[in-house]
Design a protein around this ligand. Structure first.
Ligand code: HEM
Length: 521
């Protein structure tokens, strides 16, 4: 206290004043921060990493700000080795073996607070944002019934087909260019129109109409694209996130009743849910729907939980899959060899009557080059590049020869995993679907290692993506249905699109000239 009085210059009776109390509070708080920083630094002092990362989250955020997030993480991992410190309480890894330990069902790790940044409703968590492992387990079991609801009876597939047809109709109506007329199509948006319509038709039987109206019907994409660059920062700093979600900032994030964006989507989804609940109230048989929402209701989800889960499907299910479509398509139309090989496989299958219109999921699984293209596209640009940290359980753990104490966050370096030259070969940084077909034919062990690694693009263990089969169903259709009909070429070959990585890829201005496919000689 004497020291404090000396510092503040407030001695004697004045030390009882409110100012002294405030200054005392601030000094104590700052001392607490400094002491905990030193403690934190001491705990992980044996792990290499950028100097600033020992005391600040600056490295995490800097990488996120420049739009080259995963490239920068990849470079840091190469510089510092298999395990490095990226923030005072966080170490980063990028190998499959560690991922399997961290995400194991009985491994004892749990989601770090980073995930809570993806909570988009005030009072209720969604599966992604929830960090309590017991609550997550219960919720995930309930949700699994909805995610698998239309898997085996063909319902999900029919609904994906409906939207594939809508997309083809839209192209036929508005975007076929000829030798004399240019009708440019912007594929980044169209891909997301497709994935949003698929998600809404799967979860509530009714597509949102993005493809039919050929526009960002709810303004969701516009708001989402503005929000995405902020995602890594908000998730790295939980305090900023909490402040932004409190009044008056919360107004900016959008809420039910807004005219556009996330708020409008919450409003629309909320009405759809209420309509179903009212119908069920009226008649519990006739009011039933034939969709994921109904399965969620049957599993006992409350109205708020339904809203949280269905809203989660927009970023989790539409952004991720549309980026897989955009960035794989970019690779295909700029790689003549890959495109020719894929087309040859499709044409041969058509001529032998091995594929229908539209191609079925089962037929697509029998096309090895198509499967190689999908895997390679996901590998080169993994759609989810967020660090997805998990906390080390009681007792700590030793990884890559370093002891990591309990509570440390283990952040994942997805790009490092996907571009590992030891696993995928010296040309791991380029699109080469042949690496899969060659390995499958000539080196089974290598193929198995590549597969085990690339499988992690969808997460693994108790955190594995619950919508993986839906994403693959969409990807199994899109490339075949578009490329069997059309040639596509970038409008500006020197800059086919704009792409930035902020944990999700932000892809814009992917303008294409779409023409009817030239007949094969
Ligand atoms: C190519 C597309 C996709 C990729 C690459 C992808 C990848 C991932 C990854 C890496 C995770 C997180 C794992 C972790 O936290 O460690 C995840 C979780 C999740 N994904 Fe996907 N995903 C895709 C598509 C989808 C789709 C279409 C849906 C919904 C229909 C979906 C819904 C979810 C949900 C709800 C979670 C949270 C699971 C949990 O925490 O238990 N994803 N996904």
């Amino acid at each position: 206290m004497a020291l404090l009085e000396h510092v503040t210059g407030l001695a004697g009776s004045a030390s009882q004043s409110p100012i002294t109390l405030i200054v005392t509070g601030v000094v104590l708080y700052l001392s607490y921060l400094v002491i905990s920083d030193i403690r934190q630094w001491w705990k992980l002092r044996h792990i290499p990493g950028p100097f600033l990362s020992s005391f600040t989250r600056f490295t995490l955020v800097k990488c996120a700000w420049n739009g080259r997030m995963s490239y920068d993480y990849h470079a840091l991992q190469k510089q510092y080795g298999p395990l490095f410190r990226i923030a005072p309480d966080t170490v980063m890894y990028g190998d499959a073996d560690t991922a399997r330990v961290v995400n194991a069902v009985h491994g004892g790790f749990n989601k770090a607070w980073w995930y809570q940044g993806s909570k988009h409703l005030k009072n209720v968590h969604n599966l992604f944002s929830m960090t309590d492992e017991q609550d997550r387990k219960v919720l995930r079991e309930k949700l699994a019934k909805g995610y698998t609801y239309g898997k085996d009876n063909g319902l999900f597939e029919r609904r994906v087909d409906n939207n594939m047809e809508r997309w083809i109709n839209l192209i036929e109506r508005k975007y076929i260019s000829t030798d004399t007329e240019l009708r440019p199509m912007e594929l980044a948006h169209k891909a997301q129109f497709f994935t949003i319509d698929v998600m809404t038709e799967l979860n509530s039987s009714e597509a949102s109409g993005y493809l039919e109206q050929d526009r960002d019907v709810d303004g969701f994409i516009e708001v989402n694209d503005k929000f995405v660059p902020w995602v890594p920062t908000l998730m790295a700093y939980p305090a900023i996130n909490t402040i932004l979600r409190s009044w008056p900032f919360s107004a900016v994030l959008g809420s039910e009743g807004d005219e556009v964006g996330f708020g409008r989507m919450i409003g629309i989804t909320s009405k759809r849910i209420q309509k179903r609940l009212d119908a069920l109230e009226k008649d519990k048989y006739a009011g039933r729907g034939d969709d994921m929402m109904q399965a969620f209701i049957d599993s006992g989800l409350t109205r708020d939980e339904l809203l949280a889960e269905i809203m989660l499907e927009f970023p989790a299910g539409s952004d991720s899959t549309s980026n897989a479509i955009r960035l794989t398509m970019l690779q295909l139309i700029t790689n003549p060899r890959a495109l020719t090989t894929l087309r040859h496989e499709i044409d041969t299958a058509i001529s032998h009557g091995r594929i229908s219109t539209p191609i079925t999921n089962a037929e697509a699984m029998q096309l090895p080059y198509l499967q190689a293209v999908i895997r390679e596209g996901l590998r080169l640009y993994p759609p989810a590049t967020g660090v997805m940290p998990k906390c080390v359980p009681k007792g700590g753990i030793t990884i890559h020869g370093y002891y990591i104490p309990e509570g440390t966050q283990m952040a994942f370096n997805m790009m490092h995993l996907c571009r590992d030259k030891e696993v995928f070969g010296e040309d791991a940084h380029i699109f080469n679907p042949d690496r899969w077909t060659v390995a499958a034919r000539e080196d089974k062990e290598r193929y198995a290692r590549m597969s085990r690694t690339a499988d992690l693009i969808f997460g693994n263990g108790k955190y594995e993506c619950i919508g993986k089969h839906i994403a693959l169903l969409e990807l199994n259709k899109v490339f075949v249905e578009l490329l069997r009909r059309y040639d596509m070429a970038p409008i500006d070959a020197s800059k086919p699109l704009k792409v930035h990585d902020f944990a999700f890829w932000l892809v814009e201005d992917f303008w294409l000239k779409v023409t009817r496919r030239m007949a094969v000689a």
